[in-house]
Design a binder for this molecule. Structure first.
Ligand SMILES: NC(=O)CC[C@H](N)C(=O)O
Length: 259
């Protein structure tokens, strides 16, 4: 079967692009690193790809607000292409800085550019938090977490601005629409607001959300940092059936192949 072409969108300050490309290779995809300037210049087009990923990092040095400048750039210069990509039903993934970008474009939670309803704020600790966290996978329409509902994943968080926040009405809408995909949890899977299990103080322990269709996903922790057993600090204990980040990428690849 043909490998889906994955666009890994990078810009100045992106630093998780190669790891994300590796994760997609492990999952059976064909990843391409594409600089935002190549899209702006028309050298590359989003229509060439089946999956779009905005990886982690410090785009434009987190200036103004993490992910803000790239979000404004996408909204100002690539809105039509990007909205068309989403509307055509192709999967979009934002990891950490990429999640921040998706939230600041409006693609999350509403799948509509310019419709900005939520934010990711500075961590309650006031510090950059780099630690392994447990995540409970909720039962949602998200295509990236098919077959994972109810599981507790161990993934690495690494961010300074990861506190999910929104108004009561938007939160109720997200919950009712089953758009909360991941919550920070204790090791037995109970969602928690308690530090350090919850590294940032996120509202309702939210670590990741999807759009109503389940094809746009953003999450703060880094699934690309656990696609090989040896990336986990306790890998010698062989306590995992498979690396916890891998099925997220594989689900996207399988979905794109079936489209
Ligand atoms: N790892 C990342 O993508 C970090 C995101 C962003 N720079 C932050 O610190 O919040």
């Amino acid at each position: 079967m043909k490998k889906p072409q994955v666009c890994i969108l990078r810009t100045d300050g992106t630093n998780c692009d190669r790891e994300t490309a590796y994760a997609f290779e492990r999952a059976g995809g064909d990843p391409h690193l594409v600089h935002v300037n190549q899209l702006r210049a028309g050298e590359k087009k989003l229509t060439e790809y089946q999956i779009l990923v905005i990886p982690g990092g410090f785009s434009y040095g987190d200036d103004v607000h993490s992910g803000k400048i790239l979000a404004v750039e996408l909204t100002s210069f690539l809105m039509e292409q990007l909205q068309e990509f989403v509307d055509s039903g192709k999967p979009v993934l934002g990891i950490c800085n990429g999640f921040q970008v998706l939230v600041r474009t409006g693609l999350l939670p509403a799948a509509k550019m310019g419709d900005i309803r939520t934010t990711l704020m500075h961590n309650d600790s006031g510090r950059f938090e780099c630690r392994w966290v447990h995540l409970r996978v909720e039962d949602t329409p998200c295509i990236f977490t098919r077959g994972l509902a109810g599981r507790v994943l161990h993934l690495q968080a690494a961010h300074g601005e990861g506190k999910f926040y929104t108004d009561a009405q938007t939160l109720a809408g997200i919950e009712a629409g089953k758009q909360v995909v991941f919550r920070y949890a204790t090791s037995n899977g109970d969602p928690t607001s308690i530090y350090p299990h919850n590294p940032n103080g996120s509202l309702a322990a939210i670590a990741g959300i999807c759009d109503p269709s389940g094809r746009v996903l953003g999450l703060m922790p880094h699934p690309e940092r656990f696609v090989d057993f040896t990336q986990h600090p306790n890998w010698r204990r062989r306590q995992f059936h498979e690396p916890h980040g891998l099925p997220i990428f594989r689900n996207a690849v399988v979905y794109a192949q079936e489209m």
